[in-house]
Design a protein around this ligand. Structure first.
Ligand code: SF4
Length: 176
């Protein structure tokens, strides 16, 4: 639901959706029209179809969602970010999760001139703490940094906790 959609919007839908489909078997066996109806108004309806296809795949493979990012990526509708986010946030696996906010922070901090997606993922992976639980914290923290401090519209370098390690932040400070 959160793909291309803000949390505040998803909060209207998620509790209702979960009430109707409390676990993967319920979603897998539901008529597609009822899943589509539960999604009505949220947009990007392909996600609803993918989610049900995912539920059916997982249920037919024993009913357990894998915790490995590579296995997660083989499921319908799951890209690299979603696989990393689920593996890290749900299972505390040591894995990167680079969304738009994280990519922006990494670009500004380590690659201010330019960086492609592969470089940003490699940087995120190189920065990950060794323990999965700490990687969870790291992924949460860098996402929040991108959402609240290092946003697309404004960089709050003066109050940023990672300014000393950030190429852009150091430049902004030295230019003053
Ligand atoms: S110091 Fe500035 S550019 Fe660097 S991460 Fe913080 S807000 Fe972003």
């Amino acid at each position: 639901m959160l793909q291309q959609t803000q949390v505040s919007r998803v909060l209207e839908y998620w509790p209702r959706f979960l009430e109707q489909f409390p676990a993967l078997p319920a979603l897998a066996s539901a008529p597609p029209a009822s899943v589509r109806e539960a999604w009505d108004g949220l947009g990007y309806y392909r996600r609803a179809a993918n989610l049900q296809a995912l539920a059916r795949t997982v249920v037919s493979n024993g009913g357990v969602l894998p915790d490995d990012p590579a296995q997660l990526r083989r499921l319908p509708g799951v890209g690299r970010y979603t696989a990393g986010a689920v593996a890290s946030f749900a299972f505390e696996r040591r894995t990167a999760a680079v969304d738009t906010n994280v990519a922006r922070v990494l670009r500004r901090a380590f690659h201010p001139r330019r960086a492609n997606e592969a470089t940003l993922w490699a940087t995120a992976e190189a920065l990950l703490p060794r323990r999965g639980r700490d990687a969870w914290t790291f992924n949460q923290a860098i996402m929040e940094l991108g959402a609240l401090v290092c946003t697309a519209r404004v960089r709050r370098c003066e109050v940023c906790p990672v300014r000393a390690a950030c190429a852009t932040g150091r430049k902004v400070t030295s230019d003053k």
